[in-house]
Ligand binder design. Sequence first.
Ligand SMILES: [Fe+2]
Length: 398
Amino acid sequence: MTTLRGNWNYPTAIRFGAGRISELPDACKALGITRPLLVTDPGLAALPMIASAVESCRKAGLPCEVFSDVQANPIEANVTAGVALFARGGHDGVIAFGGGSALDAGKAIALMVGQSRPIWDFEDREDWYTRVNVAGMAPTVAVPTTSGTGSEVGRASVITDVRQDTKMHTKKIIFHPKMQPALVIADPQLTVGLPAHITAAVGMDALSHNLEAYCAPSYHPMAEGIAIEGMRLVKQYLPRAVKNGSDIEARAQMMVASSMGATAFQKGLGAMHSLSHPCSANLNTHHGLTNAVVMPYVLTWNRGALDDKMIRLAAFLDLPRHSFEGVLDWILELRRTIGIPDTLAGIGVREEHADAFSRQAYDDPSTGGNPLPMTPAKFAALYRNCISGKMGAEVAGG
Ligand SMILES: [Fe+2]
């Protein structure tokens, strides 16, 4: 095995390789951080990897405090509490350490420590990001501990808006180009303890990012190039990482496939994410797992716009059949191998949710990247397919 290690700046500065978490104090210093606030989730906060990260910072003369009041699918209150602690502790930078929820919360805290407007004023709409007081933002080092979200290289955070009046929960994308962490430490060793079912679910999130980015109709050949290689890495290494969590080569390759997915999806996402967001916002289903369940249904729905692209993808992935069916068979087989349920019903989404979630899915920012134009009625039909297990292409006028 060649040494999987490197220093990359495409487009984020990434220190990649097993054991490189030891460079955390140096990474903080490189960004001028002297009193970091480490943002993570409660599960990770109890693990030795956080204690040892804090200790290494302190030893290097960087007093580091931990904030871990971050729930899965983080909400505004988590961000507000982190901002308050940042101010109380006199911190001057953030270490966002964990899976997607911790990374997104950390990035949102680093944004909000310098703002006077409410967080929802910075939703990813039109030019709302220009409202941000950039000078007030705190520098961020990101340390991913799962391989799926890719949030470490992303310019946005997903925060759930809990509406008191309607009780509906909506995932909103908070965006500013400078929310992209200035430095990433990508250490695959940190993912070795992830259980197999989480490895599978987050790995499928990475696949969904690469696949939806590849399928999105906008013109972005660089993103497409990254996406197609990201999918090849998932094909080769996700089953290995799920089967043997200590396979450090597989862990490393999945970690880079995850960063590649999030790099590629500036090209666009699509209906997999549109369908998935209302499910996890309202029913707390796992984001990556939900994407994995809906993946073949969405691909089939969009088939009319994808035949040529699937032929190229199947050839690159060296699949037995160079066709749409070849790609679909691979995805179905991959899902079976790593234990993903077949239908949304299998993860608690019921028939009545199809109509209830269809408007939210339509309004999701991911919808604009879907290969075929969508409507709320089409989303309701697609939800029904995913709930019942019916694989169907979009019907004209449906
Ligand atoms: Fe995702």
